[in-house]
Every structure is written in C-alpha cells, then in structure tokens.
Design a protein around this ligand. Structure first.
Ligand code: SME
Length: 162
C-alpha cells in the first residue's frame, strides 16, 4: 500500500531521492501496466500534494487518458497539441512555469497554474514515445530541473513495463 511508503525529509528533492527505490519495492513483482501506473499516480499525488497527476498513453495515433489522480481530464490529445502533445512530438520534457503563457495549453482545470510533462520512451528506442507523465500544480512556477531529473529517472523505469 502507498501508506507503507516511508519518505525521509521534507524538501521536494529529499522526497524525490527516496521515491524510486520505494516505488520499486511497492511494485515488486507486479507486471500489470494499469495497476502500476495507478499506484505511481496515487503516490506522486499523495506525497507531493500535486494538483493533478496522470498518464496519457499513445494509442491510435493519439494520447489517450490513462490512470490519473485529480479532476476529470480530457480523454484524447493530438500530436503537437497542448503541453502533452508537445512533449510527445518533441520527445522532450516540457516545464511550463505559467500555463497561460504556453500557446495551445489545454486547460482541464482553471486551478492548474504550472505543469511538467515527461515523455515515456519505448524501452527499445528513445525515438518512440509510448506515453507521457503529466503533472499539474496549482502554484505558478512549481517545477524546475530537479523535477525533470527525478521524473525522467522514474519514467525510464516505468518504460520497462510498456
Ligand atoms: N494541460 C494538458 C492537458 C491535460 S490536463 O492538464 C490533465 C495539456 O496542455 O496538454
């Protein structure tokens, strides 16, 4: 259970540094992708108090809503659209300090102020994005290179389950 995870420290970097080992322990020998992504989203939401955490998975040439925690979100996003579609198209992490400044940002909630989207690559090729991890904050400028570093480490591990 997520409640069994023991994170030490209180800063976000301290929380991140103990996140991955504990998630690996939590997942243990589970192989089901939906089950794993669901508990990863719940863990990130619970421990970091993010506003919205979820996955969009590439299916039928679109990003389709996957396991998430937070408000109701849009079902599908096209390549290059919004922050998620941009991360998919560019294959690069998108850090958005103020969503209102991002051209074409898709607003699922007006409470969302800043956002980070991390591509999840196929374990066989970094040229292929199979999903994205999308995290929204209700604070402006809430994400930086530290988030990008640790969340990339997390998504590299998750890519092995796709
Ligand atoms: N803001 C995202 C859409 C997904 S919601 O934030 C959950 C975007 O612009 O791609």
């Amino acid at each position: 259970m997520a409640e069994q995870l023991q994170f030490s420290g209180t800063s976000r970097e301290e929380l991140y540094s103990s996140l991955l080992p504990q998630l690996k322990q939590l997942v243990h020998d589970e192989k089901d992708l939906v089950a794993i992504l669901s508990n990863v989203a719940a863990t990130l939401k619970q421990y970091f108090q993010f506003f919205w955490v979820g996955f969009y998975i590439v299916k039928d040439e679109q990003l389709v809503l996957g396991p998430f925690q937070g408000d109701i979100a849009c079902f599908r996003i096209d390549l290059g659209k919004g922050v998620c579609g941009t991360a998919w198209k560019t294959k690069e992490v998108q850090v958005v300090p103020n969503v209102e400044d991002f051209p074409g940002h898709i607003a699922c909630s007006t409470a969302s102020k800043s956002e980070i989207v991390v591509p999840i690559y196929s374990s066989e090729s970094k040229d292929q994005v199979v999903a994205v991890l999308d995290i929204d904050s209700d604070c402006l400028n809430d994400f930086n290179a530290v988030d990008a570093y640790y969340l990339t480490e997390l998504t590299e591990w998750l890519s092995t389950y796709f």
